[in-house]
Write a protein that binds this ligand. Structure first.
Ligand SMILES: *[C@@H]1O[C@H](CO)[C@@H](O)[C@H](O)[C@H]1NC(C)=O
Ligand SMILES: *[C@@H]1O[C@H](CO)[C@@H](O)[C@H](O)[C@H]1NC(C)=O
Ligand SMILES: *[C@@H]1O[C@H](CO)[C@@H](O)[C@H](O)[C@H]1NC(C)=O
Length: 366
């Protein structure tokens, strides 16, 4: 009976926590704190209208409201996952009240030095290796002994990403071509895989590793590459075929490597999160999912055919749509809460994880 109850209630009670690594798709506030130490102006996503839905103030999340990780935490019966870096009174602290979310907006999988060597900067030094370093540092505050730490990892659901998308985004926005960044893909995937293996060695038992989104549907790229021949666009979605194929290439490679580590570690649950196809559903039929204002134009942005303008990014002085729930895209690059909720549902209460997420709960209920 417990087993059946567990499956139908989406794994509630299965996990003691979520441990999260990644970028803006999962950052619940790290970049917000870290940006205070940067010499540059604070990023635009720390200001309204970010956070206007649900939180009613900017939390550092790159959306109007909640992210996939917020819906996931709620469904697992957990509080929202606090950022590792957080404000504590006047001082910003690390390690006093540990948050288990290490994701940082604009983070890459590969180290910043990799990108700098190729002639462009990444805005934050928070690559996957750096995030894993923070996690290992925080273990001493999170658990007392070797076996305690293994228990913490065993009982946690590890959300490994999405990460890697920005290795490509930063390069493409800096003017690199798709052909120039194709050789990055195996390096990015290997970085994700070696981090997964590190975490398994530390005791991780259940890991979700999401792939990349269909980036050819992003207003950013539809704007940057505007004016391509019509045969460059997918007739069913209006998205850029070559960029979506590139995202699929990353995802295929990731799945192949995940299968290999699954074979090497049969008792560990390695779950691929198919963000790509979960999102593709609403690019194909936006109306069916309530996105009556279409899927390809941003809710918030500086105008133009997709309401995206690189020199006038989403802020209180740009155009913000009346109802973000009717848009897939929030600010040109990131999605709305409504879109993230649908991706969450498709993965964790649907068929877009491999293997199906729900079927794994019985393994952790004893
Ligand atoms: C990035 O952070 C890592 C880990 O904190 C540090 O070792 C490295 O020197 C930093 N790199 C730069 C360019 O600041
Ligand atoms: C983008 O924004 C800049 C700065 O506000 C403006 O000068 C420019 O005309 C805008 N471009 C388009 C295509 O709207
Ligand atoms: C999960 O899916 C089932 C069947 O499609 C549905 O009845 C249920 O309401 C969903 N639960 C959540 C939390 O979305």
């Amino acid at each position: 009976m417990i087993l059946l109850g567990c499956i139908s209630s989406i794994s509630n009670g299965c996990y003691t926590s979520i441990i999260s690594f990644g970028d803006s798709l999962a950052d619940t506030g790290n970049a917000k704190v870290l940006s205070k130490y940067d010499k540059v102006d604070p990023p635009h996503f720390l200001f309204p209208p970010y956070g206007e839905t649900y939180f009613h103030n900017p939390t550092g999340r790159c959306s109007n409201g909640r992210l996939i990780i917020d819906f996931l935490a709620e469904s697992l019966g957990l509080p929202m996952i606090s950022p590792y870096f957080q404000r504590d009174g006047i001082e910003d602290v690390v390690n006093s009240r540990i948050g288990l979310n290490y994701a940082v907006a604009s983070a890459t999988a590969l180290d910043s030095s990799f990108h700098e060597a190729r002639g462009y900067n990444v805005p934050t030094n928070a690559s996957l290796g750096v995030q894993l370093g923070w996690f290992k540092l925080s273990l001493s505050s999170l658990c007392d002994s070797f076996s305690d730490c293994r228990k913490l990892l065993q009982g946690s659901l590890i959300l490994m990403g999405e990460i890697g998308g920005n290795d490509y985004n930063h390069a493409l926005v800096a003017g690199k071509s798709i052909n120039q960044i194709k050789p990055y893909v195996p390096l990015v995937v290997n970085t994700i895989i070696s981090t997964v293996i590190d975490l398994i060695d530390l005791g991780a038992q259940t890991l979700i590793v999401p792939g990349n989104l269909p980036i050819g549907c992003s207003p950013v790229y539809l704007t940057i590459y505007a004016g391509y021949n019509s045969d460059e666009y997918d007739a069913a979605t209006g998205c850029l075929i070559r960029l979506n194929k590139f995202a699929e290439y990353h995802n295929e490679l990731l799945k192949i490597e995940l299968n290999k580590i699954q074979e090497m570690h049969p008792s560990v649950n390695i779950i691929y999160g198919d963000y790509y196809n979960a999102a593709l559903q609403f690019y194909i039929s936006p109306n069916e999912f309530g996105f009556s204002n279409g899927a390809l134009n941003a809710c918030c942005g500086g105008g133009g055919p997709f309401n995206y303008n690189q020199s006038a990014e989403c802020s209180s002085s740009t155009i913000t749509c009346a109802d973000p729930n009717t848009y897939v895209n929030w600010d040109g690059l990131h999605l709305t809460e409504a879109a993230y909720k649908l991706i969450y549902t498709s993965l964790f209460n649907g068929s877009y994880t491999i293997p199906p997420f729900n079927s794994l709960c019985s393994m952790c209920v004893t």
